[in-house]
Write a protein that binds this ligand. Structure first.
Ligand code: AVJ
Length: 325
């Protein structure tokens, strides 16, 4: 039916590639060293993440899909008809498909993604399944204010869909900031539909980030391979290893890249020194109890209107709306 404009719109407020070197050098100068987790997602990193989702230890994706299988009808009723669905991070097409199959006369689908390969792939897959649904891919960084494309007709509400517990990658203050940005973006009648991984037995969480096949370790170290390729740095991948520990007090997985020996790494004009066993922080994956998350939403001017759990109660999907007062 309608002609799909599959060319993503470019948002020129994205950080240019030239900033990459600066971001990495700053992270290597920090004490302790730390690099941002979005650096994982080059083409290879996105591929490895998809493989992580299939590992038996990584319960998150399966739980969220099972949750949608059980509750997509109720979720769609809660969102109502004529929704403009804006997805932050255009990740796993299976979840989006489950949701779109249940939504009544959605106005359009707007995936917002900084990795252009991932954006193109997800739109392609969904366009085949929903040929009549207008798609408005936006190539942008969703942590910054967006300029959403004009919808093809007036939506009843804009719903920001943020699945996968990606919110867990943000520290409390940043997470609140991001929720506030979503609140601004969705408008008065809007809502946020968000996947949030739950606190549970520490061993269960820890094993999800230390799969037996070593895919997560490969995913972690791929960040260094990416920097070598894109910045011409000389990280020796065999002199670093992956470590993911659950910090029960902070309620989060802390993933580090560990230097297995004393070494120097050239990154542009900078020479970074690593001590033996020095740990560089590359990711947090925060876990929340429903109460924790409700308190955080509250601080962002939102309230939890509804909460769904998967049959094993490992994972939650929550619907947030503007908070009164
Ligand atoms: C995509 C951010 C939800 O934190 O569980 C998986 C990324 N990192 N294994 C997560 C990830 C290591 C994932 N998120």
């Amino acid at each position: 039916m309608s002609l799909q404009a599959l060319e993503p719109r470019d948002d020129d407020r994205r950080p240019p590639a030239s900033e990459l070197l600066e971001i990495v050098q700053r992270g290597l100068r920090a004490q302790p060293k730390r690099l941002p987790s979005w650096l994982f997602y080059d083409e290879r990193g996105s591929e490895l993440f998809e493989q992580i989702c299939e590992q038996p230890e990584y319960y998150l994706t399966r739980a969220e899909i099972a949750l949608l299988e059980a509750h997509a009808g109720d979720i769609a009723r809660t969102l109502g008809p004529d929704v403009r669905l804006v997805e932050y991070g255009s990740g796993n097409a299976v979840k989006t498909r489950q949701l779109l199959e249940h939504l009544v006369s959605p106005v359009c689908y707007v995936p917002v993604e900084i990795a252009s390969e991932a954006l193109a792939a997800s739109v392609q897959r969904l366009a085949e399944r929903f040929p009549a649904l207008p798609m408005q891919p936006l190539h942008a960084d969703f942590t910054r204010p967006l300029r959403l494309p004009i919808p093809p007709r007036a939506p009843r509400r804009t719903v920001i869909y943020f699945p996968g517990s990606t919110i867990g990658n943000f520290e409390q203050r940043e997470a609140i900031q991001l929720l506030r940005t979503m609140r601004d973006e969705m408008g008065e009648a809007g809502g946020v539909l968000i996947g949030v991984d739950l606190k549970k037995d520490a061993a269960r969480i820890e094993s999800a980030y230390n799969d037996g096949a070593g895919i997560t370790a490969e995913f972690t170290l791929n960040m260094l391979a990416r920097l070598n390729r894109e910045l011409g740095s000389d990280f020796h991948l065999d002199a670093f290893r992956h470590r993911a520990h659950y910090n029960p007090l902070a309620g989060r997985i802390e993933t580090h890249i560990i230097s297995t020996r004393e070494q120097k790494v050239r990154v542009g004009r900078m020479l970074a020194t690593f001590a033996e066993d020095e740990a560089m922080l590359v990711e947090y994956s925060c876990k929340y109890s429903p109460e924790d998350f409700a308190a955080m939403a509250h601080k962002a001017g939102l309230e939890v209107a509804k909460l769904w759990l998967d049959p094993e109660q490992l994972f939650s999907v929550q619907y947030l709306v503007r908070r009164a007062g």
